[in-house]
Design a protein around this ligand. Structure first.
Ligand code: NAD
Length: 519
């Protein structure tokens, strides 16, 4: 209530921390199997994006706490990596069931802290759960290779083994799915794991940690620290950490890739995006327009695979008015309200940034076909809402095209031919995802062959691969060489040991030293 009053009076709540600290719940650290209160003096407020009320505080962990967490990972490593793979598998089989049983509670926590609709939040958990389910096949995924009789009496075989302590740094937009891309894959391979959730949405990760503990994971196997830059630098620098998985913006991702790599760690870094939906005039119109609207405005555009850019080719230009009409039907509301399609943005800063990118488009000659800047959401006047917005007449030099907007804004470009559309997509620095809408197989084949983008949908607007494949963003959207989850995820979290063994019969014993290279 105090926080609400401060908000109404427009007093930044962090300025008055001492006055309300006892009434706001704090996020705990998870160290050595215990949920502990941080001893820090520095806290970050967590807000409900639909109201901007302060709903909790997250600590910036102290140096001692971060050291305790990584030391706990190191101490737990020997027993965990030695545990039979069948026992690890059993823990993850229990874990996937616990996530399923608690999906509603996890989703509620996501909607409260992140803002997305409850149905979308359940999707967030579900897509992460699929990674956990996949991790349960570890007994097949970690198989090595063998080749008997390399030479007489000699066999070669490989073991796929864990690498040690691994770490994950997560973004705010998928509070369940992205942490679940990280620690389950790392742990099931036999590594221990240090996780730093986004400081804006830590609640869901803490629930996931509790469930992992309930599934029977030993103390110290997973540790969780909180914070911002200091925690990130700690992860990049600590010598016990062998690998870092990062998902977030380019600014942070490039920095973490460089700093972690310089320190000799493996780093996989999934970053920003500008995903194009190319609409051919032969596409199924009804299907295409619905897909485009859903993929541009779902989760208020705060998905790295959102189709934030449409390229209408040839006569598909004429579909624009209908696209606008369909978009008008979306309901903007708090994520926990029935019928909500588009929730709030994560923060007032994000809202201001999105609004200013819309304005930059207007200033540079784009036409606002639908303007969500002054949307009014009854009962949620303080929320970070921007309604669905469509900008037409956009050209590739405009800031609203060159920058990732990460909000409910669809920018629309036009092209005379498929070749022109392909060249626009390839000239954009990002390479996360794209989709083509067409009924012509040859057109689809040409597009999938010629665009330089990691994940392509053919009549599929958000082609996020299921976990038996990997998440394969490329170019400006990815740094590293092995991607998240799937076979590549296993590769990232393991190393290979190769054994060559010879068992000779007694009478074949070597009679003198062999000093030449064996051939
Ligand atoms: P973010 O980069 O602000 O934060 C991600 C993490 O990095 C957080 O844990 C944060 O504490 C830390 N961080 C933030 N700024 C930092 C800095 N300057 N130095 C070091 N660490 C820093 O990202 P976000 O706003 O939470 O997430 C949105 C971004 O993530 C978008 O750009 C989106 O496209 C991208 N994203 C990419 C994927 C993908 O798979 N490619 C998936 C989801 C989100």
């Amino acid at each position: 209530a105090i926080a609400r009053t401060l908000w109404r009076k427009k007093i930044p709540v962090h300025v008055c921390r001492m006055s309300y600290s006892s009434s706001v719940p704090t996020t705990k650290l998870f160290i050595d199997g215990k949920f502990v209160e941080s001893q820090t003096s520095e806290w970050i407020d967590i807000h409900n994006p639909a109201t901007n009320e302060v709903i909790g505080r997250v600590p910036k962990a102290t140096q001692e706490e971060m050291l305790a967490a990584v030391n706990s990972c190191s101490k737990a490593y020997s027993a965990w990596s030695d545990m039979s793979i069948l026992s690890r598998q059993q823990i993850f089989l229990r874990y996937q069931q616990l996530i399923k049983d608690n999906i509603k509670e996890l989703a509620k926590s996501i909607t409260l802290e992140q803002g997305k609709t409850l149905a979308d939040a359940e999707g967030d958990v579900f897509r992460g759960l699929q990674v956990v389910e996949h991790a349960c096949s570890i007994t097949s995924l970690m198989l090595g290779e063998t080749l008997p009789s390399i030479t007489k009496d000699m066999d070669t075989y490989t073991y796929r083994l864990p690498i040690g302590v691994c770490a994950g740094i997560a973004p705010f937009n998928f509070p369940a799915m992205i942490p679940l891309w990280m620690f389950p894959m790392g742990l099931v391979c036999g590594n221990t794991y240090l996780l730093k959730p986004s400081e804006r949405v830590p609640g869901c990760t803490m629930l996931l940690a509790r469930l992992l503990q309930d599934a029977g994971v030993p103390d110290g196997t997973l540790n969780i620290i909180h914070g911002q830059h200091a925690a990130v630098n700690f992860i990049c620098d600590h010598p016990a950490i062998k690998a870092i998985s990062f998902v977030g913006s380019n600014q942070a991702g490039e920095y973490i890739y460089e700093r972690g790599s310089k320190n000799g760690k493996r780093v996989q870094s999934n970053m920003g995006a500008k995903n194009h939906g190319v609409v051919m005039p032969d596409a199924n119109k009804e299907n295409t327009l619905n897909q485009l609207v859903g993929a541009a405005f779902g989760a208020a555009g705060q998905r790295c695979m959102a189709l934030s850019t449409a390229i209408l080719v040839g006569e598909a230009r004429d579909w624009l008015p209908e696209l606008v009409e369909r978009t008008k039907n979306l309901r903007v509301n708090a994520g926990d309200q029935p019928g909500a399609d588009v929730g709030p943005l994560i923060s007032p800063e994000a809202k201001n940034r999105v609004n200013s990118l819309i304005q930059s488009g207007v200033d540079e000659g784009a036409k606002v076909l639908l303007d969500g800047r002054n949307v009014h959401v009854k009962g949620y006047e303080n929320g970070n809402f921007v309604g669905p917005t469509i900008l037409g007449n956009v050209t590739p030099n405009m800031k609203c095209y060159t920058e990732e907007i990460f909000g409910p804004v669809l920018v629309v470009l036009e092209a005379d031919s498929l070749d022109e559309a392909i060249s626009m997509v390839n000239n954009n620095p990002y390479g996360n995802g794209t989709a083509i809408f067409t009924t012509n197989g040859a057109t689809a084949r040409k597009y999938t062959n010629e665009v330089d983008v990691g994940q392509i949908g053919v009549n599929v607007p958000i082609p996020v691969p299921l976990p038996m494949f990997s998440f394969t963003g490329s170019r400006g959207s990815f740094r590293g060489d092995t991607n998240f989850y799937g076979k590549q995820g296993i590769q990232f979290y393991t190393q290979i040991k190769t054994i060559t063994s010879q068992w000779k019969a007694e009478d074949a014993t070597l009679k003198s030293p062999a000093v030449t290279m064996p051939t």
